[in-house]
Design a binder for this molecule. Structure first.
Ligand SMILES: Cc1ncc(COP(=O)(O)O)c(CNc2co[nH]c2=O)c1O
Length: 406
């Protein structure tokens, strides 16, 4: 296989030249947010330097240029996720916004006693909006359990789903464990029971190219900042038929056709769900991030990140007292671990003193920590611009932190 040119790629990321506490930055918190290549930074600078303007209604050239670039970004995202229509791609402020938009809309469709299904490995943003929906409608939230390897127990899913199930929502990849869920089967089973499916793609989208038509998924959400793009922008993919059925989420400019005090009529897709001035630059930069990752290649990225995962896992397992959470057959480059007798926060703090950025705590997945009966973990998450040398530095730092804490 072609050697992955990580040293060449690293030159695209200015931030990787940073030092932290006198040490070279080793950025292993990619599951929280990814870093931004110069190619995307340049697009952001170009926007604000040359064609910043409000979009869709301006008669002047700048507005037209900004509108064209924004709508071109939408088409890039449509092609990337293989949506049938560009207006099935709704720009959001991120995954959390997308999930809330769908959960809010489902208030119209659910009634007392209806059932909705979530997995036990979800991020809070794919739990709380649905609990709020159940409070509003009297629907019942049921939980698909996970096993000790951090995998969803599919046989339990088959038992839980029934003719009262109206919606299934699970993540494609767990941010705390890295587990990749069998979403194609989950979707097929849900549709066989006339239930709709929302897949939370926040952690998957940086590593796996989801084909929404092949998956036949009803809703798919993702955030730009996980995929080398800026924060504050993401997408909600929805099948046209579903987006037509959902009521508007926010009222305001853009999302209307006519407004009068007697009656207001709403705009068609996608603008029905895009009230107010959007993150114009963010959307355009999201498109540039998609281009950047695609020119490297998602297959190449996934293969290289898997190499990093295997290498780091092997090295960590050599450390006495090491416990790794999340050993699914299929997982992305995320390692959650603890060291016997040590608190994750202490390890994370000492690693930062040595320039190593990891995440510690419950990772907005408290049910996962409850399942494993732990307060939290140290989470190292790798991306295609990390190197084997960085993993060696990380392992040495973990060993040093362990010595200092014992
Ligand atoms: C699976 C999953 N779903 C939803 C979200 C929310 O995405 P947002 O709306 O863009 O914030 C995240 C963010 N995960 C993390 C954010 O920080 N550490 C994390 O693991 C996530 O990992």
């Amino acid at each position: 296989a072609k050697t992955f040119e990580v040293e060449k790629i690293r030159k695209d990321f200015p931030i990787l030249n940073r030092k932290v506490n006198g040490y070279p930055l080793v950025y292993f918190d990619n599951a929280a947010t990814s870093q931004t290549p110069q190619q995307v930074i340049d697009v952001i600078v170009d926007y604000y330097s040359n064609y910043n303007a409000n979009i869709h209604r301006g008669v002047h050239s700048l507005s037209q240029e900004a509108t064209d670039k924004y709508e071109q970004a939408r088409i890039k995202l449509q092609k990337h996720f293989n949506a049938e229509k560009p207006y099935e791609i709704i720009f959001t402020s991120g995954t959390t916004h997308g999930i809330n938009l769908v959960a809010s809309g489902f208030s119209e469709f659910l009634k007392e006693g209806d059932e909705i299904l979530v997995s036990a490995m979800e991020h809070h943003s794919n739990i709380v909006p649905w609990q709020m929906l159940c409070e509003r409608t009297g629907a019942i939230l049921k939980v698909i359990p996970i096993n000790l390897k951090g995998e969803l127990i599919y046989s339990e899913y088959e038992k839980l789903i029934n003719e009262n199930t109206k919606l299934v929502f699970v993540n494609h990849v767990s941010n705390a464990l890295g587990s990749v869920n069998p979403i194609k089967e989950i979707i097929e089973k849900a549709h066989a029971n006339n239930a709709a499916v929302l897949i939370d793609g926040a952690q998957a989208a940086p590593h796996i190219k989801a084909d929404v038509q092949a998956l036949d998924v009803d809703f798919y959400v993702a955030s730009a900042h996980k995929m080398c793009g800026p924060t504050g922008v993401g997408i909600l993919y929805g099948k046209e038929a579903w987006l037509e059925k959902l009521p508007p989420y926010q009222g305001g400019g853009e999302m209307i056709a006519t407004v009068s005090f007697e009656k207001t009529t709403y705009a068609g897709l996608p603008h029905k769900f895009e009230a107010g001035t959007p993150n114009i630059c963010g959307g355009i930069a999201f498109g540039a991030a998609i281009d950047y990752m695609n020119q490297i290649g998602f297959d190449e990225i996934a293969a290289y990140e898997h190499e990093l995962l295997e290498y780091a896992t092997g090295k960590l397992k050599e450390i006495e007292g090491m416990k790794i959470y999340g050993e699914a057959e299929e997982k992305t480059a995320v390692i959650s671990f603890n060291i016997e007798g040590l608190h994750p926060y202490d390890i994370g703090t000492l690693l930062d003193k040595m320039g190593i950025a990891v995440r510690t705590g419950h990772h907005c997945a408290q049910p996962v920590m409850d399942f494993f009966k732990i307060p939290g973990t140290v989470r190292a998450s790798f991306s295609f611009y990390n190197s084997h040398d960085e993993i060696d530095s990380f392992i040495e730092a973990v060993k040093k932190a362990k010595m200092m804490l014992q």
